[in-house]
Write a protein that binds this ligand. Structure first.
Ligand code: DGJ
Length: 548
């Protein structure tokens, strides 16, 4: 049968539309290859350039102030809570009107959503549970302290609590599926928020005691090697000694979360993760809990236990509220593992943290999201930025604006292991790292012209470098080719074996919507004679080097 040209065009466009629709409706998932991870959104690697709203902005009439900040930040994703108390204020009666508005507004604003399930635990406490849960100790038991007193924290052994939380979460997932399956605005779920317990190492209720004195489950033994080897099998105390209380609590909470995540994913299989209020990432040796962190949370020392107990949780992410460079770097090393993709679900939005954007994205994280990106009248200073205005988001916004046009390329390069990142250290010293065949040296507080030794008498330092504020992310896109993005830093790249080399091209530009590089100018002369000197205005450079 012969087709007219017009029929053919129609058939082809229908096929293209079908292919497009298929790609757009592919469910987000985290995939792993060669020990690296990608968050796949619409069938391709995606990096969350995120911002997290404040805790109480999860209401329709509060969203304007959130999206205004998200837009100023040039974020591609908003992380925002969905509270159990708001979707099920009366047991069994669900209200998803907020979720509907949120998803519609996110689409209007062209951003994706990561939803934070504030259920049984929010910063360890039950403040986001509905009133019918909060005050019913008989049905929803609180943890019992060693001295027999009730604690503030809901017990992970509470069977009714688990049943009720799971029911609400499953209802939420079913609703998201119903309204979003075709568009995938919601790309990931955080299950609970900063779990664990402050001030109490674990539950000492009779139920918990009985479990604590049972043999450690084989799956835990398989994953978690004791720091101080004792018995190979036996009760928690026999196997893990002084660490047993914390490990048992971690296992109890992780198992509880697993049950919720598994049930939720059975309904709608989005990626799911847990976030962590951190213990000191530089503690060496790692000591048993001593009232110094939230026991049982997904800290770096118990990621293995979370992996064992919660296979439906894709990863644990560190929330970072300490600007110390050594600790920040240590956290990245501890959470970026072959079995745990790196994402920083929360980080302070204060100025000292801006530099870490480059470190985290350069390390190939699947996501990054400063906290408090929201113009609601509240500041979590001194943890975060003091002023609630554009000065809070602009420093991040400039970086995101530079990354955004190449966000998909960046995510792919990260997945392929081509990316590197540094943040200026608190010591302000140069940093070096090896790439394939090349070595990068990044220095800070430099002027754009000349080498320091030429101008020994000059003691001025560039404005904007009063606090450590420099950072660079590099993707090695070919043997001798790099995409460089950064600020307040000088970048030099030398041949790994010391061959004489020089810049071949240093193009400043951007990727267009079709993924094509658009050169705006080629840096040469003063602009390249003393390394590539990046100011407070992040630019994207496509660089080629050669040897002679
Ligand atoms: C970490 C929590 O996860 C957030 O919800 C928030 O409470 C910040 N701490 C502090 O502002």
């Amino acid at each position: 049968m012969k087709h007219t040209a017009r029929q053919l065009v129609t058939v082809i466009s229908l096929m293209m539309a079908a292919a497009g629709a298929a790609a757009a409706s592919e469910i987000p998932q985290i995939v792993k290859q060669d020990g690296r991870f990608a968050l796949m959104v619409d069938g391709a690697p995606f990096v969350v350039l995120g911002g997290q709203a404040q805790n109480s902005s999860n209401y329709p009439l509060a969203l304007n102030k959130v999206f205004a900040a998200v837009q100023d930040m040039h974020a591609n994703t908003l992380e925002i809570p969905v509270a159990w108390e708001q979707i099920e204020p009366v047991e069994g009666k669900f209200d998803f009107s907020y979720v509907d508005t949120l998803v519609a507004e996110a689409r209007k604003n062209k951003v994706r959503l990561v939803l934070l399930w504030f259920g049984t635990w929010k910063n360890t406490g039950p403040s986001y549970t509905p009133e019918w849960v909060k005050f019913n100790n008989a049905r929803f038991p609180r943890m019992v302290a060693k001295d027999g007193k009730l604690t503030y924290c809901l017990s992970p052994q509470g069977e009714e609590t688990l049943k009720a939380d799971k029911k609400a979460f499953v209802a939420l997932m079913a609703h998201i599926k119903k309204i979003d399956e075709a568009q995938r605005t919601v790309i990931m779920m955080q299950v609970e928020n900063e779990v664990g317990t402050y001030g109490f190492v674990r539950d000492f209720s009779p139920t918990a005691e009985a479990l604590f004195n049972q043999p450690v489950p084989q799956v835990v033994l398989d994953h978690k090697k004791p720091l101080v080897p004792l018995a190979k099998t036996g009760t928690w105390k026999q196997v893990y000694g002084d660490y047993a209380d914390e490990y048992f609590h971690a296992y109890s909470i992780a198992s509880y979360i697993e049950d919720i995540a598994k049930a939720g994913r059975a309904v709608y299989n989005l990626p799911m993760y847990v976030n962590n209020s951190q213990r000191d990432s530089t503690e060496n040796p790692v000591m048993p809990w001593k009232d110094n962190f939230a026991s049982g949370g997904p800290n770096y020392d118990v990621i293995d236990i979370y992996r064992a107990a919660a296979p439906h949780i894709d990863f644990a992410g560190p929330d970072i509220y300490g600007p110390d460079w050594k600790k920040f770097t240590a956290s990245m090393n501890l959470f970026q593992r072959k079995d745990n993709p790196l994402m920083v679900p929360e980080m302070s939005n204060a100025a000292e943290y801006v530099r870490y954007t480059y470190l985290v994205l350069g390390r190939g994280a699947i996501g990054f999201s400063p906290f408090g990106i929201d113009y609601a009248d509240y500041s979590n200073f001194p943890l975060g930025h003091k002023a609630i205005d554009k000065t809070m988001v602009e420093p991040f916004g400039k970086i995101y604006a530079a990354f955004r046009p190449m966000e998909r390329q960046w995510a792919r390069w990260a997945f392929e292991g081509r990316t590197y990142g540094v943040a200026e250290g608190d010591d302000r010293q140069p940093q070096t790292f090896d790439m394939k065949g090349w070595k990068a040296t990044i220095s800070f507080r430099e002027w754009q012209f000349g080498e320091r030794e030429y101008f020994k008498k000059v003691t001025d330092l560039p404005a904007g470098t009063e606090i450590p504020n420099g950072g660079v992310s590099i993707a090695q896109i070919g043997d001798n080719e790099f995409v460089i993005i950064g600020q307040r830093a000088r970048v030099k790249i030398d041949h790994a074996e010391g061959k004489p080399s020089m810049w071949a091209r240093v193009e400043e530009g951007h990727y267009d919507a079709a993924g094509k590089w658009i050169m705006e100018r080629n840096w040469n002369g003063d602009q390249t004679d003393y390394g590539l000197n990046l100011t407070g205005n992040p630019v994207v450079l496509k660089v080629k080097l050669g040897t002679y």
